[in-house]
Design a protein around this ligand. Structure first.
Ligand SMILES: Cc1ncc(COP(=O)(O)O)c(C=O)c1O
Length: 362
């Protein structure tokens, strides 16, 4: 085993080490889809006139393969990631990759790089498919050529495996998305547009920026790379809410999984708007007992502090609450095959040479 691999398996961090290979899929208006073969990881030379550099046709996904109790590996909800990638492509006027091509590329890469998958609960192989417009052309139109590269990285959750609480500051002057825009798409531009406000939040001592809606600047939307949930307590007990998907937030697959698991566990949950003032006031009064953020990269992390417009409030005692911990545990157990996969979320990664039959290595 190489030193890098040993180190990566021992302490992967979040995508600090890339695996040796990628899968590359191309699309061309004349020839359609091609490729899908494993290639050595390496730099790509691109024409500086490639449309992606000028007009930003760039979309991506992020999904994970998890080690299972029998030593095999399984991808978590790859068909849903394929569907979302197609939806992002549609919004950016890019060609939609067939879902089976997407899932096969992920499975082939995970199978080929199986020895890079760490084994502890919460660890995974993170797969990052990225699709770019590669046609050299300066006229403003959709590209006639795209390249999708699937990258893989052994990974801990991006905020670490101890899931320490993060703090968030709601953005007052900048917005991430408006209805009818690209907020729901996982397109590179959304992330570029979020960096300035995130940098300001970090400079003020917070971990992340919390985005509000672009019209009233009042309703909580999401973080730059994660959805959010609130846990409220009233006389009837606890109740979870998460902002609804109205075209401005990414339809998180973790978010959807947690909505489902919460219902399975008998926790009342609703997709409904929360005003930032209610969150801040709820934290002060004690009605908001927990808040957490969720996404493929982070899994589920508690939010211990929320700030807006000069008010900074601790949520609960600032630590992780029992609902957050319970939901994360349930999710991680399903992902690792320790809890029954009642919703058919896991797709086994082919072992025993099946990969070799579907993939040609160059
Ligand atoms: C802006 C944004 N919101 C939410 C999410 C969470 O989505 P998922 O749970 O599918 O990773 C992501 C990550 O993909 C994201 O980039």
């Amino acid at each position: 085993m190489s030193d890098v691999l040993t180190q990566a398996l021992k302490d992967p961090g979040f995508c600090q080490f890339h695996t040796d290979r990628t899968v590359v899929v191309d699309w061309d208006a004349e020839t359609g889809w091609s490729g899908g073969s494993l290639e050595p990881y390496g730099s790509t030379v691109m024409d500086p006139a490639s449309l992606v550099f000028h007009y930003g046709q760039a979309i991506f996904e992020g999904l994970k393969a998890y080690r299972q109790p029998d030593g095999s590996a399984a991808l978590f909800r790859p068909a849903d990631h394929a569907r979302r990638m197609r939806r992002s492509a549609w919004r950016l006027a890019m060609t939609e990759m067939p879902a089976d091509l997407f899932t096969r590329a992920c499975a082939d890469l995970a199978a080929a790089e199986d020895h890079w998958i760490p084994g502890a609960l919460g660890q995974s192989l993170y797969i990052r498919p990225i699709m770019l417009a590669t046609e050299p052309q300066l006229g403003l139109r959709a590209s006639h050529r795209y390249r999708c590269t699937f990258l893989a990285y052994p990974a801990d959750p991006c905020f670490g495996r101890d899931f320490r609480p993060i703090s968030v500051m709601a953005a007052k002057d900048m917005v991430r998305a408006v209805r009818g825009g690209t907020g729901e798409a996982k397109c590179a531009g959304n992330y570029a547009a979020s960096l300035l406000a995130r940098g300001e939040a970090v400079a003020d001592g917070y971990d992340e920026v919390l985005w509000l809606d672009g019209v009233e600047r009042r309703w909580v939307e999401e973080l730059s790379g994660m959805n959010v949930f609130f846990v409220w307590r009233d006389a009837d007990g606890v109740r979870l809410t998460t902002p609804p998907c109205q075209g401005t937030i990414v339809r998180g697959i973790t978010r959807d999984s947690l909505l489902t698991l919460a219902r399975d566990l008998g926790l009342p949950v609703a997709e409904e708007p929360t005003a930032i003032d209610d969150a801040v006031e709820g934290a002060r009064s004690g009605r908001l007992v927990e808040m957490f953020a969720c996404g493929t990269a982070a899994v589920v992390v508690p939010v211990g502090r929320v700030a807006f417009d000069g008010r900074d409030r601790t949520i609960g005692d600032g630590g992780e609450g029992p609902v957050t911990a319970r939901l994360r545990q349930a999710l991680i157990e399903v992902q690792h095959g320790v809890r029954p996969d009642e919703h058919g979320w896991l797709m086994p990664v082919p072992g025993d040479g099946a990969t070799a039959r579907t993939t040609t290595e160059r």
